[in-house]
Design a protein around this ligand. Structure first.
Ligand SMILES: C[S@@+](CC[C@H](N)C(=O)[O-])C[C@H]1O[C@@H](n2cnc3c(N)ncnc32)[C@H](O)[C@@H]1O
Length: 255
C-alpha cells in the first residue's frame, strides 16, 4: 500500500482502536505521532530493564534527559498544598508509564485512583501493577466519574500532545468532577514557554513534523476557564520539557 494511503488509514482507525489496546502499524514501525497509543510498550520496558532502571526513571532520564523530573513535579504539587488534607480520590488522564502515578500514590495513599488512558498496553500494565481503576476512555470525556466526587484531577505532559478540543473537553470534565476544596493540576505549553529562541529550537529539533505535538494552550484562557468554575490559581511553575518547557498550573476549588 502507498505510504500516504497507509498513513491516512492508520490515523482514521487508530484512535478508536487504542482504547482496546490495538492499532494497525507496519511491522517494526512505531508511529511516534500517534499520541493516543503513546510509546511502544514492550520495547520501552525492555530498554529500561536492560539499563537496570525503573520505567519511570528510564522515561525521566533516558527518554527525556531530565533525571528526577517527575518527582520534582510531585514535590511542587506538595509545596502548593495539594497533599495537605487527605486526598481520598484521585483521577489522572494519560498516566502512560505511571511515573507520576506511582509518586502520587506514594505520597497521598488514596482510597480510589481512577485513570483515563487511551493506550491499551500501558493501561493494562498500570492496572496490573497498581490498585487503579481504568475507566472507559473515549479520548475526551470522563463519564464514569461522578460530579464533584474527586479530591485531585491531574494530567502531566498530556495536553502538550493532544489537539485543542481534547484539552477543552478534559478541562470541562476536570471542573465537573472535582469537589469543593479539591485540586486540578496539569501542565500546558503557554506563552511563557515560547519566545523566539524556543520556537527556533522546536522548529529545528529532530522528530515529529506533521503531528499534534507540541500543542500549545493560551495561559489566560486556561486560568479564566477555571476561575469561572470557582477555582483559584494557587501557583504555577515552568518545567523542562526538552527541547523546550511546559507550565504546571495548580488550581484549588473553593470549599
Ligand atoms: C506524552 S504521554 C505522557 C504520559 C505520562 N503522563 C508521562 O508524563 O509520563 C501522553 C499520555 O496521554 C495518553 N493520551 C493521549 N491522548 C489521550 C486522550 N485523548 N485521553 C486520555 N489519554 C490520552 C497517551 O496514551 C499517553 O499515555
Amino acid at each position: 500500500m502507498a505510504p500516504v494511503l497507509f498513513r491516512a488509514l492508520k490515523s482514521a482507525v487508530n484512535v478508536p482502536l487504542a482504547s482496546m489496546g490495538m492499532r494497525i502499524e507496519r511491522i517494526d514501525d512505531h508511529d511516534w505521532s500517534d499520541v493516543a497509543n503513546y510509546i511502544p510498550f514492550e520495547r520501552t520496558l525492555e530498554a529500561a530493564t536492560a539499563l537496570g532502571l525503573s520505567i519511570g526513571d528510564y522515561v525521566d532520564t533516558v527518554m527525556n534527559g531530565v533525571p528526577g523530573s517527575s518527582r520534582q513535579t510531585i514535590e511542587k504539587m506538595a509545596a502548593c498544598g495539594v497533599f495537605d488534607a487527605q486526598v481520598k480520590t484521585i483521577v489522572e488522564v494519560g498516566p502512560g508509564t505511571g511515573r507520576y502515578l506511582e509518586k502520587t500514590v506514594e505520597i497521598a495513599r488514596p482510597q480510589l485512583y481512577e485513570i483515563y488512558e487511551t493506550a491499551g498496553a500501558w493501561s493494562n500494565y498500570l492496572t496490573e501493577k497498581y490498585a487503579v481503576v481504568h475507566q472507559p476512555t473515549d479520548g475526551y470525556s470522563m463519564g464514569a466519574t461522578a460530579d464533584r466526587s474527586v479530591d485531585l484531577a491531574h494530567a502531566h505532559k498530556v495536553f502538550s500532545t493532544v489537539p485543542f478540543l481534547v484539552t477543552c473537553s478534559y478541562f470541562r470534565e476536570f471542573a465537573r468532577v472535582v469537589r469543593g476544596g479539591g485540586w486540578v493540576v496539569f501542565d500546558i505549553v503557554t506563552e511563557r514557554c515560547l519566545d523566539a529562541e524556543v520556537m527556533e529550537t522546536w522548529a529545528t529539533a529532530p522528530g515529529i513534523r506533521n503531528g499534534s505535538y507540541p500543542s500549545v494552550f493560551p495561559r489566560d484562557v486556561a486560568i479564566s476557564f477555571f476561575q469561572s468554575s470557582g477555582f483559584e490559581l494557587i501557583d504555577s511553575f515552568i518545567l523542562p520539557m526538552p527541547p523546550g518547557t511546559t507550565e504546571l498550573l495548580a488550581f484549588k476549588r473553593s470549599a
